[in-house]
Design a protein around this ligand. Sequence first.
Ligand SMILES: Cc1cc2nc3c(=O)[nH]c(=O)nc-3n(C[C@H](O)[C@H](O)[C@H](O)COP(=O)(O)OP(=O)(O)OC[C@H]3O[C@@H](n4cnc5c(N)ncnc54)[C@H](O)[C@@H]3O)c2cc1C
Length: 247
Amino acid sequence: MAGSGAFRDRGAHIVLSPASVDEVRALLRELAPDARGHGAIPVQPCSTGLNWGFGADQPADDGAVLMHLGGLAAIRDLDLDHGIAVVEPGVSQQALAQRLEGSPYLLNVTASSSRTSVVGNALDRGVGLHRQRTHDVLGLEVVLADGTVVHVGRWPGPHIAPAPYAHQVGPGLTDLFVQSGLGVVTAAAVRLIPRPQTHRVVRLAFAAAAMCVQCVLHAAQQLAARLGLRERQLGCEHVECHHHRVT
Ligand SMILES: Cc1cc2nc3c(=O)[nH]c(=O)nc-3n(C[C@H](O)[C@H](O)[C@H](O)COP(=O)(O)OP(=O)(O)OC[C@H]3O[C@@H](n4cnc5c(N)ncnc54)[C@H](O)[C@@H]3O)c2cc1C
């Protein structure tokens, strides 16, 4: 356990590393309050624990039990017809991206380490290179404090057809378990991104802003001509050239 960022170090009572959903359930039952509601022990779950800059795997406060879920590392399902992966918390961006190589889908990766968790990042409202990671989450499998397992959101299964749209009809419970600590997430169904046929990066360097504006105007004029549109329809006739220097 190691902190990072500007936060003070917080101590944990103990670090638990379950290796299956059943072990998560049994541990949570042990740590739950008694029938009179006494003796509850706070549990801080983390997936790969690489939340660098925000405290890494440290609990939010002193004295919690830290539950590391890196041992649950299965890609349970990869539905390449609908672009959905069902992954456990220990599945890293690298592991899922490698499984998708040569497939019609990509993972919405972040700019953090390849060893970080797909699930952990989404649960902490991470930011992917294509969109917010919470937008990838279709459904969650969650173990509640009493050891009960629930599925929330659009959990793919025999009775719920997979859908590219994350929301169901009516109120959704998925957000209850995002940045909340109300349960331990043991799997997530995440939407993948269709792999584009080609991907090209054009890098242009301009000595001055004026050159950049002229170049964009010229490109817009050519595009308008090719599409048979008037420049007005592309909105490029109002572009003004301000002579700011690009630094
Ligand atoms: C150079 C650099 C670049 C970075 N770039 C990005 C970036 O582009 N986008 C971005 O989002 N972040 C970025 N980060 C921040 C961070 O590294 C990532 O967000 C990383 O994915 C978080 O660590 P993790 O995946 O191991 O999540 P974890 O540390 O495992 O989890 C994060 C938090 O989510 C909750 N949680 C995790 N798992 C569970 C679970 N199973 N059940 C219930 N709650 C859970 C807990 O509150 C936990 O503390 C960057 C950091 C650095 C240093």
